[in-house]
Design a protein around this ligand. Structure first.
Ligand SMILES: Cc1ncc(COP(=O)(O)O)c(C=O)c1O
Length: 392
């Protein structure tokens, strides 16, 4: 064989039996060959058996899917390229022309955009309520045949807590499916509450280091099969290298999250006592309206908090610009702390009335707590408050 041929048919080193790597290899291969045409025909006939093309299935991605299903306490999972791809694929898998979705104002903006801009083009209608509007939820589900109730808890960005037991029971009583974007709550919360599908952005806590994107849809084998078929048709596959990085991130998921939750609780506690802060929203604070429900439903209270400064929009700008350890950046769940300042948080797609119920005010900022030393974060926040209020 000439060198030019050999480099395209390189040697493989088979592993001796009983001698496996401790960290699974990355199957960074688009194609999987079968030993003969007959074997290929048998594999293709037994649909879903083996691997042939990584857009459809890949062993590294399959390892991650099995782990995520287990973490969320469900039977199955399909992983895709981003969190928003997980949202969109789920919606497109479950909904058809003529269906109605119940969604909420307190939902990640691009998800709302899918209801309002994308699904509407395909004849799917929606109602947007506030997650706090229990009477409205009952009324809409009683009045309108609804295929799907889509919600978050804690909600992005102001961390309202949905009464999940009530929501799921009401939806199911009226024949609707339920899906939760469980990104903020993490993998250990809500698995026992009977939601049909759990969607996550793996870009956040799962990978944890802000260097890879991914999404997952987790639930019963039947629901996940429906979503997987849609994913196969649309093609939002997770790259095996990304799947490997998410798996690596998951090795420290629990310790990272526990440390970040502890720091978030301490910061929330300190800021709520500071007169320059009008309001702190963090479900771990006993005074928070969602605290009792969160204590019942969640394993922890999360790593994100929202603050409203007792000042002007200009003072909020000075606050954000003075912070040294909180990067002005989107996302959450990374090792470094982040802030989304008020101008970047405004839900511009909502009506005035919906904006009011969204709970986002002129000085509301979202803080995502990282793994830095809590004393340094508190000192940074204190210095930024001093700067914002000295300028008054
Ligand atoms: C609650 C929530 N869901 C979904 C997403 C989308 O995830 P991704 O950025 O991985 O597409 C985000 C991103 O911020 C989010 O906050």
């Amino acid at each position: 064989m000439k060198p030019r041929t050999r480099v395209n048919h390189p040697p493989h080193t088979p592993l001796p039996p009983g001698n496996q790597p401790l960290v699974a290899p990355i199957y960074q291969s688009v194609k999987f060959e079968l030993e003969s045409l007959a074997a290929a025909e048998r594999a293709w006939a037994a649909h879903g058996h083996g691997f042939h093309y990584s857009r459809v299935a890949n062993p590294t991605v399959a390892d991650l899917e099995a782990l995520l299903a287990e973490l969320q306490g469900q039977a199955a999972c399909v992983a895709v390229g981003t969190g928003l791809a997980a949202v969109a694929t789920t919606l497109l898998a479950l909904l058809s022309a003529g269906d109605h979705v119940l969604g909420f104002v307190e939902t990640y903006g691009p998800t709302r955009g899918l209801f309002v801009r994308t699904l509407a083009r395909f004849g799917v209608t929606h109602t947007l309520l506030s997650i706090e509007d229990r009477a409205g939820i009952e009324r809409v589900l009683a009045e309108r045949p609804t295929r799907l109730v889509w919600f978050e808890s804690p909600t992005n960005p102001v961390l309202k807590i949905a009464d999940i037991g009530h929501l799921v029971a009401t939806a199911h009583r009226h024949g609707a499916l339920t899906a939760i974007d469980n990104t903020f709550a993490g993998f250990e919360s809500h698995g026992d509450l009977g939601v049909d599908l759990y969607v996550h952005s793996l870009t956040k806590y799962a990978s944890g280091h802000g260097d890879v994107m991914g999404g997952a849809v987790i639930g019963s084998a039947e629901h996940v099969r429906t979503v997987r078929l849609q994913a196969t048709a649309l093609g939002p596959a997770l790259d095996p290298h990304a799947a490997f990085l998410v798996q690596r991130g998951l090795r420290t998921y629990h310790v990272r999250r526990a440390a970040q939750c502890e720091t978030a609780a301490r910061i929330a506690e300190v800021l709520q006592r500071d007169p320059r802060v009008l309001r702190v929203r963090y479900p771990g604070l006993p005074a928070d309206p969602g605290h009792v429900l969160a204590r019942k439903q969640m394993r922890d209270f999360g790593t994100v908090l929202c603050i409203d400064l007792a000042g002007t929009a200009e003072q909020s700008r000075i606050f954000a610009d003075t912070l040294k350890l909180f990067a002005i950046a989107a996302s959450l769940g990374s090792t470094e702390s982040l802030i989304v300042p008020p101008p970047l948080l405004q839900p511009r797609d909502l009506t005035a009335e919906q904006r009011l119920s969204s709970g986002i005010g002129p000085t509301t900022a979202r803080l995502s707590i990282g793994l830095e030393d809590p004393d340094d974060l508190l000192a940074d926040l204190g210095a930024a408050l001093d700067a914002a209020f000295a300028a008054r």
